[in-house]
Design a protein around this ligand. Sequence first.
Ligand SMILES: [Fe+2]
Ligand SMILES: [Fe+2]
Length: 265
Amino acid sequence: MGWALQDIPWERFDPTCVRPELVSIAKAACLVEHNGGDYGAYLRSVFHDDPQFCAVAQVWSEEETKHGEALRRWSEMADPTFDFATAFRRFRERIRLPVDADRSVRGSRCSELIARCVVEVGTSSYYSALRDSAEEPVFREICRRIASDEFRHYKMFYDTLRRYREHERPVLLRRLWVAVQRLIEAEDDELAYAFYCANAVTQPYRRSTYKKAHGRLAFAHYRPRHVELGVAMMLKAIGIKPQSWYGRLIGNSLSRIIGLRDAMA
Ligand SMILES: [Fe+2]
Ligand SMILES: [Fe+2]
């Protein structure tokens, strides 16, 4: 299982199919994914007495970093002026994770795992949307492979969440709150600042400006099927049956939150 950078058919790169807006968001994604090592260290610290999870979290973080490497290589082919080292250094100066935290910043392990599921819902739907809309063949192939990994990551966090749910049993409102909070955060500083750093903007950083700039380019690729699948996966992580009356109600609300982000972008 797994793939390596050499499995990507780089020789099929077609510069005539490269759209500049896609390069801008690929460069931003490459910085965020490259930070996977820190996320892995944070998770291993929070789950320090769970060797089973620590082992899969290590593999997970290596895969996230590999996503960053593939996107970096493609971005450098599409935009030879892209200075990854400088962009990543600027990004890291601001975006720092508590890698030695001994408990989750979300308050509990279940909450941490729900938040991780929401992030993987976001990445799996994002790369699926990019895969379905991109014309450049190498980028499509990279997004296809990354999207497939992100769906698998979701399953890994979801399976771990089920294991922890037997002990922690967080109430529905708490589970819902964590998911909604993480969903809203998803477009916060990290992506906006990555977009700012990756595109070598010389103006002072303003979060709202770059959040909108990134969101406008990223959300343009989503189709209803990407949102519908993402909402169903999110409901599953919260522990709500999508077909129940409250599942449909909450599902519609989650779709509206995503739609609102789209409209605000
Ligand atoms: Fe990833
Ligand atoms: Fe992932």
